[in-house]
Design a protein around this ligand. Structure first.
Ligand code: GDP
Ligand code: MG
Length: 182
């Protein structure tokens, strides 16, 4: 039930990153609580809505925008990014090339979208498929906190859509930053 004094926020969030890193799976896990091992490329624009009871006074509605198979072209149109309030940039820990693409995605995002206050949109980095036990991050000796600082991410999480690891936490982190910047 909507209470009288409740505030409501609607945020458009982007989920971007290379093909096959698990973007659609993360959204499915987060919104529908399920996972499928069968790969199906996303075709057309896909939205999902997640409602969070943020605190006693605040309801947050997240409109998650899945990429529409356009990731194969390496960048997105301004129309897709328009009016987004936050972004998840996803890579696959089993495929180092998808991590190398992260900075490219971040640059594409920041070049096409700024907040009304002129700042870049808050972005959280997701190291997905952490259930696979392959740790490219450690293997490459990459210091993720440092990487995030240098590349303007507000945080990062090792996630698994398969095992439902850290997806809620990553979302709360992003929403917290969005609320703080408003
Ligand atoms: P997208 O192209 O980025 O949307 O990637 P998908 O969500 O379609 O996932 C690509 C493939 O990776 C599918 O076969 C998924 O089942 C698989 N996948 C996605 N997330 C995970 C995960 O966290 N762990 C594992 N083991 N597989 C995953
Ligand atoms: Mg997809």
């Amino acid at each position: 039930m909507q209470k009288h004094n409740q505030k409501e926020h609607l945020y458009k969030l982007l989920v971007i990153g290379d093909l096959g890193v698990g973007k659609t799976s993360i959204i499915k896990r987060y919104v529908h609580q399920n996972f499928s091992p069968h790969y199906r490329a996303t075709i057309g624009v896909d939205f999902a809505l997640k409602v969070l009871n943020w605190d006693a006074e605040t309801v947050v509605r997240l409109q998650l925008w899945d990429i529409a198979g356009q990731e194969r072209f390496g960048n997105m149109t301004r129309v897709y990014y328009r009016e987004a309030m936050g972004a998840f940039i996803v890579f696959d820990v089993t495929r180092p090339a998808t991590f190398e693409a992260v900075t490219k995605w971040k640059e594409d995002l920041d070049s096409k979208l700024v907040l009304p206050n002129g700042k870049p949109v808050p972005a959280v980095l997701l190291a997905n498929k952490c259930d696979q036990g392959i740790d490219v991050l450690m293997n490459n000796g990459i210091k993720m906190d440092q990487f995030c600082k240098e590349n303007g991410f507000v945080g990062w999480f090792e996630t698994s859509a398969k095992e439902n690891i850290n997806i809620n936490e990553a979302s709360r982190c992003l929403v917290k930053h969005i609320i703080a910047s408003e």
